[in-house]
Design a protein around this ligand. Sequence first.
Ligand code: FES
Length: 156
Amino acid sequence: MLLDHPDDIFAARHYEQVRRLPAEAETLPPWCYTHRDFYQRELQRLFRRSWNCVGRVERLPHPGDFVAFELAGVPTMLVRDEGGRLRAFANTCRHRGTQLLEGSGNCKPLIQCPYHGWSYRLDGKLAGAPEMAKVSAFQQGDYSLIPVRRETGLYS
Ligand code: FES
């Protein structure tokens, strides 16, 4: 079912009732929960600009433990490295962009791309890239996983 919405969903007049004091305010219009453009604006202006809680550190106690998820529309992974450090990366192979991990589990000793077999150490460094040794300009050190800023909160 498509919910009715005006063409100008971001016009301030639609939100005047929402911005009143709590005792007089009304809830957001229904399209705020269903309209694709509203969702995209929330991603851009809110979720991609602020910290997002993605879980508890106890969920990944051992080296190689990982969880993959979408964070504000971006495939992301958390993985515990060999030294016990929790790391976050874009969940994207540096070769052709294939998603590396799905769900959760343990990927020790390597994160292996299912497409052409590139592999990454748990600290994100490229460990192996079949066939790329033949490419003279290829520098393995240039193709580590892309880190995502991560912090651990007070209650870890
Ligand atoms: S896309 Fe990952 S190895 Fe090619």
